[in-house]
Design a binder for this molecule. Structure first.
Ligand SMILES: Cc1cc2nc3c(=O)[nH]c(=O)nc-3n(C[C@H](O)[C@H](O)[C@H](O)COP(=O)(O)O)c2cc1C
Length: 332
C-alpha cells in the first residue's frame, strides 16, 4: 500500500463518530500495516474518566478503515491491543491480500461519507423487524449483543435513567465546562460539535418519548422558549424512534474496542438501508446510572451504546468536520 492509498483509508477512518467529535486518534501507516492509536490529549476527563467512550470511538475508526479497505479490494486482519507495553496502541490493521469487492462492500464503503449523527426528529415510520434483526446479526458477528428497547417496562426504566443522567450532568459544572470546550460556533472548526449539528430547542420539550443529550444547556440564548401553541392546532406527533442497546460480556479495553467496531458496522449497515442514527449515551456516562441500567433491564453483560434509529425527515443536518488527515497520519 502506498501513501496515497493509506491517506484515503485514514480519511475514511476519521469519518467515524467520536464522543463530542474529539477525534481521539492518531494513525501510522507503513507497508501493509496501519496502526491505530488513541490520543490521550483528547480525553474527556469528566465525562469519560475511564476512557471507555474514547476507546469505543477509536474502535469505530478501526472498523471504518477495514470497510474502506474492503471497498478498495483489500482484505485485512485486525489485531486489538497488539503490544501490552504500549497501551495507547489500540489496533493494528494488516492488509492480507486482494479480493474483489462485492456489492455489500461497496455499499458500506459508500455509506462512510453519508453517515452522520442525526439528532432531528425522525419520520413516524417504524424500522422493519427484519432490518433490526440484520443489525443485531451484524453486531453479533463481533460477539456484541444488541437489543431493541421495546417492552414498555424496559423503555420506562431506560428513559428514566436517561433523564436522571441528564439531570446529573446539568448540575455538574465540570461536565458543562468540558462540554462547552468542545462546542464550536465557527463552522470551519475541524473538531468539536458545531452548534448547527444540535437542536437549538430544549430537548426536554421535544415531542418524543426519548431524551437526546442537551448540548447547549446553560448557554441557550434568548431566554426560555415559549411553548404556547395554537389551541386549535393538532397536537404535535410524538416521535417514537427505535432505540437499540448494544453491549458486551466484558468491560475492558478489548470489549470497548470491539463494541466500537460493531457500532461502526451497524451504523454503516443502517445508513446503507436508509436509516439515520444518533447515540444517546447520557445514561452510560455515569457509573451509577449505567449500573442501574444493568440491573433494571436484568442485563447479563455491560451496556456500551444506546442508539436512536429511524428514518430521517427531509432536511438532514450537514456533516460535522474532521481534522485534516495530515494532522493525524504519519508514515514509517
Ligand atoms: C461513544 C460515543 C458517544 C456519543 N454520545 C452521544 C450522545 O450522547 N448524544 C449525541 O447527540 N451524540 C453522541 N455521539 C455522537 C457524536 O457527538 C458525533 O459522532 C460527533 O459529534 C461527530 O459527528 P458525526 O457523527 O455527525 O460525524 C456519540 C458518539 C460516540 C462515538
Amino acid at each position: 500500500m502506498d501513501q496515497q492509498q493509506w491517506t484515503a483509508v485514514v480519511e475514511a477512518a476519521t469519518r467515524a463518530p467520536s464522543i463530542h467529535n474529539t477525534q481521539p486518534w492518531a494513525f501510522r501507516a507503513g507497508g501493509d500495516r496501519l496502526e491505530v492509536r488513541t490520543d490521550p490529549g483528547r480525553a474527556l476527563h469528566t465525562l469519560d474518566p475511564s476512557g471507555r467512550q474514547r476507546t469505543v470511538s477509536c474502535g469505530v475508526a478501526v472498523e471504518f478503515a477495514v470497510v474502506a479497505l474492503a471497498a478498495a479490494g483489500r482484505a485485512a486482519d485486525v489485531e486489538l491491543l497488539p503490544d501490552v507495553a504500549d497501551p495507547d496502541l489500540l489496533a493494528a490493521v494488516t492488509v492480507t491480500g486482494d479480493r474483489e469487492p462485492g456489492e455489500r462492500d461497496r455499499a458500506l464503503g459508500d455509506a462512510i461519507a453519508v453517515r452522520h449523527t442525526e439528532r432531528a426528529p425522525f419520520l413516524p415510520r417504524a424500522v422493519p423487524a427484519e432490518l433490526l434483526d440484520r443489525l443485531q446479526a451484524v453486531a453479533g458477528d463481533f460477539r456484541v449483543w444488541s437489543k431493541a428497547i421495546t417492552e414498555s417496562e424496559e423503555e420506562v426504566a431506560t428513559v428514566f435513567l436517561l433523564s436522571r443522567a441528564e439531570e446529573i450532568e446539568q448540575g455538574e459544572p465540570e461536565y458543562l465546562e468540558e462540554l462547552q470546550r468542545w462546542m464550536r460556533t465557527d463552522p470551519t472548526a475541524v473538531d468539536g460539535i458545531p452548534v448547527g449539528a444540535v437542536p437549538a430547542d430544549d430537548p426536554s420539550t421535544r415531542p418524543s418519548n426519548w431524551l437526546i443529550r442537551d448540548f447547549v444547556v446553560g448557554s441557550r440564548s434568548g431566554g426560555p422558549v415559549s411553548h404556547d401553541r395554537d389551541p386549535d392546532a393538532p397536537p404535535p406527533e410524538v416521535e417514537r424512534p427505535t432505540v437499540v442497546l448494544m453491549g458486551t460480556d466484558g468491560d475492558d479495553r478489548e470489549a470497548w474496542l470491539t463494541a466500537g467496531r460493531a457500532l461502526g458496522r451497524v451504523l454503516l449497515e443502517a445508513t446503507a438501508a436508509g436509516l439515520a442514527a444518533s447515540p444517546l449515551t447520557q445514561a452510560l456516562d455515569w457509573p451509577a446510572t449505567r449500573t442501574q441500567l444493568r440491573s433494571r433491564l436484568s442485563l447479563v453483560g455491560y451496556p456500551q451504546m444506546l442508539l436512536r434509529l429511524g428514518y430521517p425527515s427531509g432536511d438532514r443536518t450537514p456533516s460535522t468536520n474532521r481534522r485534516p488527515v495530515a494532522d493525524v497520519l504519519t508514515f514509517g
